[in-house]
Each structure stands twice: as C-alpha cells, then as structure tokens.
Design a protein around this ligand. Structure first.
Ligand code: ZN
Length: 359
C-alpha cells in the first residue's frame, strides 16, 4: 500500500512541510481571508434574479447524504423565486477577486455537450500540484471555528482548482461560499434544510451549515469529514465550471425512468467523491492527513453512500431504486480512494466507467 509504506516519511515530511507551509502561507496570504461581506446578500440576490428565468431547472444538486441513514433528504425542488427579505443574513464570503482567471468571461473554451462529460480537457491534466494547506485547529462545537476552518480549506480549493483549470486552458471562477449559522435563502432552496450542505449552480455557491453539519455527522471531531464534505460540494462547482453539469442536467431530465435518472445522478455524485479525493490527496502532506485520517475519510465515504444494507434499511432487503442516488459504500470508497491516490482529474471519469462501478 502506497500510504502505509510512506507513512513514516509522511510523518517526518509533514512536520517540516507544516513549518514551511506556514511561513509561505503567511507571506503569500498576506491579505486576510475572505470575510463576511455586506455585499454578499446583494450578490446573491443578483444571481438569484438571473435564475428566475426558469426554463432552466434549478441547479440544485442532490444533497450529500447524512451518515447513519438519517433523514437528509434528496434534493427538493428549487425555490428560486423565494427570497425572504426578512431572512437573517447568513455568513457569506466571496473569493478573492484576484483569484479569478483573467479570461474568465471567455466561455468559448468551455466544452459542452457529451464532450464535456466524456472527454473533458481537465481529464488530461497532470496530478494536482502539492500545495501548502495547513488548516487551523477545529473546535466543532464553535461555529466560528468551523467557519474559519472551512474558509481555510476553501482557500486551498480555490487555489488548487484555479491552477488546474489554467493548466487545461479553461476559464474558472472560484465558488461562492455561504457558511451559514443563521437561516437564509439561496436560489435553490432555503436553509437550514434537510441538507446540511449543498451546491447551488444558479449562484455558483457552496452552502454549509456550520453547526448543522456537526449535528448531522453526530459530533464527529475529525475535521477531515468536513474538509471532505466541502471538497465534495466544491467538486460539483468544478463540474459546473468544466461544462459538465449543464449537459448532465439535460440528460438526466430527459431520462425516461427513475432508474436511468439515478444512474446519471450516481455517476455525477461518485465523480464528485473522486474529485474531492483528488484535492485531499494533493494536500495530504501539508494539511496534514495521517493514516488514521485517511481511514476516517474512507469510512466517511462509505457512511455517506447509499445505505444498501438490509440492516440499514430495516425490514427491506434492498434500497428502493428511486433512492439510489449516491452509489454503494464500496463504490463511494473506491472513487474517493482512486482520486486520493491518483490525484488527477482523469482518474475520475465515472461517465465511461463500467456499470458495476457506478451502482
Ligand atoms: Zn453531491
């Protein structure tokens, strides 16, 4: 096993890398991390306004499922026209403007149609470059601590994927962030919702409840599960920026049966698992993630998959077909691990994978 054979080296490297990374980080990131912005409400409202044209299905990704088979439901229909003026302002932040690609308005290079899915330029890129990503200590019972933690990981995600898209000569804008601790609304749905976290394509936004996720993850204290969750939602943004989601949504909506729609969904969700693994693998040394963390990551991949076990389903032997949207535990672990070890987007082409790998 690659990981175990290198674990001792990793441990030593991690200490050195952490010191170096902290130094580099301090210099490179002299400007403060994005802070809640007063303009964010307006920004989101503007984005919401665009989405009200609603021939386009609300870009509501199926929610990342909650562990332990509890009631984190499938995505609800979007509520893109509802913007509660009285809603308390959620904490929100916009990525640094300078992180945006200068050519980000040039959509002509963004692939579309089947090509975006099957032969995306991202698939041909090299493994993500290792980067310094030392995360702060996390106190899961402190919403502010969670927000700081998530922003640190999101900064790394912005850097990692901006670089990777530039390598593929594709335009890229970092995702918007809404790490909520108070109720609010998005173009896709209000929150808090059954989903503790979701991606909304209409606002290019990642929405995570800083306390809700801790509750849904049963008080898990290892930050890697929240870093993984954020990386998964960010992966949906990567799919969107890479031109994948548009074609995927069209195809899924045209699929004649629930079984076929769910297969589309599973390929998308498992690709997001894999892309999350790609990112986490690339920062494993500087985050740092040790072997135990990786074990927690893979167990979490299993726990957040479709619960197909008889035990998990009470008296039922099999999960209803219309509930199988995220893949089996084995497949979720498989794709997370594949991304983590290979660290290149091309390892995540679930769209051409054999059917048994996307069950
Ligand atoms: Zn997802």
């Amino acid at each position: 096993m690659r990981l175990s054979s290198r674990s001792a080296l990793h441990a030593a490297l991690a200490v050195v890398a952490l010191l170096l990374a902290t130094l580099v980080w301090t210099v490179v990131r002299a400007e403060p991390a994005p802070q809640p912005s007063e303009t964010s409400q307006t920004d989101r409202a503007d984005q919401a306004g665009q989405s009200t044209d609603s021939t386009e299905t609300p870009a509501d990704e199926p929610a990342f499922p909650r562990p332990q088979g509890q009631d984190l439901g499938a995505a609800e229909p979007g509520q893109q026209d509802q913007h509660s003026p009285g809603g308390a302002g959620p904490d929100a932040a916009t990525p640094d403007a300078d992180a945006a690609d200068e050519d980000s308005n040039d959509d002509t290079r963004r692939p579309s149609g089947a090509e975006a899915l099957l032969d995306n330029p991202l698939y041909g890129t090299e493994p993500l470059a290792p980067r310094p990503c030392p995360v702060p200590d996390l106190n899961v019972h402190d919403s502010t601590s969670m927000e700081t933690f998530l922003n640190a990981v999101a900064d790394c995600l912005d850097d990692a994927w901006s670089t990777q898209f530039a390598r593929a000569d594709l335009p890229f804008e970092p995702a918007n962030r809404v790490f909520w601790s108070e109720p609010g609304t998005s173009p896709c749905r209000d929150y808090p919702s059954a989903a503790g976290a979701f991606y909304c394509r209409a606002s290019s936004g990642i929405y995570i409840g800083t306390s809700d996720v801790v509750e849904k993850w049963l008080g898990e204290t290892n930050g890697v599960v929240y870093a993984s969750l954020l990386s998964h939602e960010y992966a949906h943004h990567v799919q969107s920026e890479a031109g994948l989601l548009e074609y995927y949504h069209d195809q899924r909506s045209e699929a004649p049966t629930t079984a076929e729609r769910n297969e589309w969904t599973r390929r998308s969700e498992l690709q997001a698992d894999c892309l999350a693994g790609v990112f986490l693998g690339s920062i494993a040394v500087t985050y740092p993630l040790d072997e135990d963390d990786v074990q927690v990551l893979l167990e979490d991949a299993r726990a957040t998959a479709d619960d197909t076990s008889a035990a998990g389903r009470g008296e039922q032997d099999e999960l209803d077909e219309d509930e199988r949207t995220h893949g089996t535990a084995d497949n979720s672990e498989y794709w997370t691990h594949a991304g983590f070890t290979e660290q290149r987007p091309g390892a995540c082409n679930t769209w051409t994978a054999d059917e048994e790998l996307v069950q």
